[in-house]
Design a binder for this molecule. Structure first.
Ligand code: NAP
Length: 289
């Protein structure tokens, strides 16, 4: 049995579908039984629980071989935060998995580090450290930004105002990976191909948000409208709200600033330790020390 924590989410739902397609028995951990109802119809077991409440996790991990954690607490309106979900919640999940004799595949972020300016990246680094110490044969997948998410967000802003809105200058190259390629990496990890490894999962290209916005703009009824920008000064002001719970806008502004200013490129193709080129040779999963 494979437990997918966050199996109702963007990546999690695709992981569940891929596991079912290859005949693996799947259980999903969710806080919301209604969101999991369609999964039940596909034969997925549903465990109701919240990673912030360790007492709800025992039943979820019973009889499980591998726990895949796709949960996160970034920019949520439900009170979850990187600290309570990504660090402490994943910590509780790892403890529950250890008690059940299961291994863990942890979804983390490319560039996670204890001194990163963003709380999400610091809390993912803490979760990684805990997992490595507690279950040394588990696998950590540090993923680049999901291209689909950013394309959807740009398309949404375009549907409101006629042209996509880019947060910041949008000229900083950022590595983007597609969700199906991350699913491939998760499935390989579940099969036990990377025991004890921490892998970077990056896409084939570094892209700027302006390039993505242009791609969205070209598909619009009126493609001549210029991409609009939210200036960095506005992002800086909004990012001061980062610590307020249930108000995603501060965390989103802080992430947007980071994506606009920090080095976010990734070159798996030329990495000396690249171990995998999957699917249509679009994802490089690269070992890290
Ligand atoms: N999106 C990106 O660009 C990106 C980039 C790199 C890494 N990642 C990582 O990839 C993973 C999947 O991301 P995603 O964008 O697919 O996420 P998503 O669509 O937002 O889904 C997140 C899932 O987390 C679950 N969740 C949140 N709080 C929870 C809690 N307290 N207890 C139990 N479950 C909880 C939600 O389930 P319920 O609401 O049903 O409980 C939801 O299904 C995350 O770990 C993320 O950090 C994402």
């Amino acid at each position: 049995m494979i437990l997918v924590a966050g199996g109702t989410g963007r990546l999690g739902a695709d992981v569940v579908a891929a596991l079912l397609a290859e005949g693996s028995p799947v259980r999903v951990l969710t806080r919301d039984a209604r969101r999991a109802a369609p999964l039940r119809r596909l034969g997925v077991q549903v465990a109701i629980g919240d990673v912030r409440e360790p007492g709800t996790l025992g039943a979820a991990v019973a009889g499980v071989r591998t726990v895949v954690s796709t949960v996160h607490g970034f920019a949520r309106r439900d009170g979850g935060t990187p600290r309570t979900v990504d660090r402490d919640g994943n910590g509780a999940l790892v403890e529950a998995a250890a008690h059940a004799g299961a291994e863990v595949v942890l979804l983390s972020v490319l560039g996670a580090a204890p001194d990163h300016p963003l709380a999400l990246f610091r809390m993912k680094a803490a979760a990684e450290e805990h997992l490595r110490a507690r279950l040394p044969r588990s696998t950590i997948l540090r993923c680049a930004a999901f291209a689909e998410l950013h394309l959807e967000m740009l398309a949404k802003t375009a549907s409101r105002g006629g042209a996509p809105v880019v947060l910041g200058r949008g000229d900083n190259p950022v590595n983007m990976v597609s969700v199906p390629d991350v699913v491939s990496a998760v499935l390989a990890a579940v099969r036990g191909e990377f025991p004890g490894e921490t892998l970077d999962v990056g896409g084939p290209e570094d892209l700027t948000l302006v390039q993505l916005a242009d791609a969205v703009r070209r598909g619009l009824a009126d493609p001549d409208r210029n991409v609009r920008h939210v200036p960095r000064s506005v992002l800086r002001a909004v990012a001061t709200l980062e610590r307020l719970p249930r108000l995603p806008v501060g965390q989103i502004a802080a992430l947007a600033l980071a994506m606009d200013c920090l080095p976010m490129t990734y070159d798996a193709l030329h990495h000396p330790d690249a171990v995998e080129w999957r699917g249509s040779a679009r994802v490089g999963a690269t070992r890290r020390g």
